[in-house]
Design a protein around this ligand. Structure first.
Ligand code: SF4
Length: 229
């Protein structure tokens, strides 16, 4: 007997009404909840809309506030979904953003096969601090490449039981986690606290992240450093 096909989902006539109500509610509550964190986005967005320069990231920075919230939600859903697999994977690698380097274009990062690495040139750089924590767990860190999926796939070839921690801004985190998913690798992430790269600032400045959160993710997975198997 032929098996009946199973449908993953099936939309009824009222689906769009329900989705409309749900989305409006989420956005309204989200904007209220994050009004302090997101207070500059509208102004930035309006300015970007009026920008007639040849700014190469114009489309990217012309992102309305709604999408910041949705990207943050997407990230949080990934966090829920990935957590168990992330903790089960034997090895972890941290994927780092350029803009977190304190020395900016004077950063002394070094090219390696799997990506560039921090050479610990200044003690107060957050990447240096993150890598010192990572050292306690034998965890490597690489600067993110444009072809992120390929980069993660390459790392996975060397470390078949792999999970990654990505550090990234709100608008690029979820896409990075999707790239990791494409590479078959569970990911978790920590956001940058603000943006500062050339996409957002005429004169780029170093960003910051919650270093303690990176530490907490590693501790959750491996225990305290001296407990790591
Ligand atoms: S400490 Fe590392 S990441 Fe920071 S500026 Fe130096 S080489 Fe670059």
């Amino acid at each position: 007997m032929k098996e009946k096909p199973t449908m993953t989902f099936r939309l009824g006539d009222d689906f769009y009404d329900k989705l409309d109500r749900f989305t409006k509610k989420v956005l309204e509550e989200g904007f209220e909840l994050f009004k302090e964190e997101f207070k500059n986005i509208d102004g930035f967005y309006e300015k970007a809309l009026k920008d007639t320069s040849k700014h190469k990231a114009l489309t990217f920075i012309r992102t309305p506030k709604h999408l910041y919230l949705i990207e943050a939600l997407y990230y949080q859903a990934f966090e829920y979904i990935n957590r168990e697999a992330f903790n089960k994977a034997e090895e972890t690698v941290i994927i780092l953003p350029d803009c977190l380097a304190l020395m900016g274009d004077k950063c002394k990062r070094k090219r390696k096969k799997l990506g560039k690495i921090c050479t610990r040139c200044v003690p107060n750089c957050q990447i240096n601090r993150i890598m010192q924590i990572a050292d306690e767990y034998n965890v490597e860190g690489y600067y993110s490449k444009r072809a992120l999926t390929e980069q993660i796939q390459k790392i996975k070839k060397r470390k078949p039981s792999l999970a990654v921690i990505g550090i990234s801004c709100i608008l690029t985190m979820a896409s990075g986690m999707r790239s990791a998913k494409e590479a078959g690798v569970p990911s978790r992430g920590v956001f940058l606290n603000f943006t500062g790269c050339e996409h957002w600032a005429g004169k780029p400045f170093p960003t910051e992240t919650a270093v303690e959160r990176v530490k907490a993710i590693l501790e959750e997975k491996y225990g305290l450093p001296d407990q790591k198997p």
